[in-house]
Design a protein around this ligand. Structure first.
Ligand SMILES: [Mg+2]
Length: 260
């Protein structure tokens, strides 16, 4: 096992769950300030600045917006590599629209890419527009593949549709296979490695989901740490079909004891 020289962290289920900060999380974030690090999220709905602000409210004072990478940012980068300037039709929230405005323009009639992001925007009209653009040759792109998202509304746990669920009607109606940007696909991780200027084997990805955080990062040769504070509970059996984590621990407090 190579010791970690840099850290990639998922946030929900790792640092916090709803409004609760998870055991050892504040201390862990303090300790990684001495290393190259970034926070990677499949959630394209919030800007890095908004995420940093929320983390600060939760008692993580050292998190800078520049250390946060969202699937909306990775989607923007991917599109930029395909065509610059890029002509797209985006169905998704403000943060995604804001990212894409940096690299091109929205065109509901001649777009080369239909981008579907987690969040608001999907309705009968936007679905119809997207379907017809795809049938006329536009490529279908999804910010992230998550089926659903855990959410707390007025103290009550709720489930919201994830990026994968919102992407599905476009794929079903057209029969095309989308390009997907977020975890477990490689693009978000590759963008993080690029930003940190680190080799995969020198980094550790810390996440709470075996299927996205762990399997996706391990496929690229990144070391991985599973914390059982989110999606995957302590005692649950690790899925056999997935690559196993380098560290499999209860929470960030236990990981800190083993990794530093
Ligand atoms: Mg998570």
């Amino acid at each position: 096992m190579v010791k970690a020289k840099a850290f990639l962290l998922d946030m929900d289920g790792v640092l916090y769950h709803g409004d609760n900060v998870l055991p050892g999380a504040r201390d862990f974030v303090k300790r990684i300030q001495a290393y190259p690090h970034c926070f990677v999220t499949n959630n394209p709905m919030r800007t890095p600045a908004a995420i940093a602000q929320r983390l600060q409210q939760l008692g993580f004072p050292n998190v800078d917006a520049s250390s946060i990478i969202t699937s909306a940012m990775a989607t923007r980068l991917w599109l930029q590599q395909q065509a610059s300037p890029c002509c797209y039709y985006a169905v998704g929230g403000e943060a995604l629209q804001h990212e894409l405005e940096k690299i091109g323009s929205q065109d509901a009639e001649q777009a080369d890419f239909v981008v579907v992001g987690e969040g608001y925007g999907l309705d009968f009209d936007s679905l119809t527009t997207g379907i017809n653009l795809i049938l006329n040759g536009a490529q279908l792109v999804g910010t992230n593949p998550d089926a659903c998202v855990n959410y707390v509304h007025k103290g009550k746990p709720m489930v919201l549709p994830g990026g994968g669920a919102l992407l599905a009607p476009f794929a079903v109606a057209t029969g095309v296979t989308p390009v997907i940007i977020g975890k477990p696909e490689p693009l978000l991780f590759q963008l993080a490695l690029q930003q940190l200027q680190m080799q995969a084997q020198d980094c550790v990805m810390i996440g709470d989901r075996p299927d996205t955080d762990i399997h996706g990062a391990a496929q690229l040769g990144i070391q991985t740490a599973l914390v059982r504070t989110g999606q995957f509970a302590a005692g649950e059996r690790y899925p056999e079909a997935l690559l196993t984590p380098t560290w499999d621990v209860l929470d960030l407090a236990s990981l800190a004891e083993q990794i530093f």
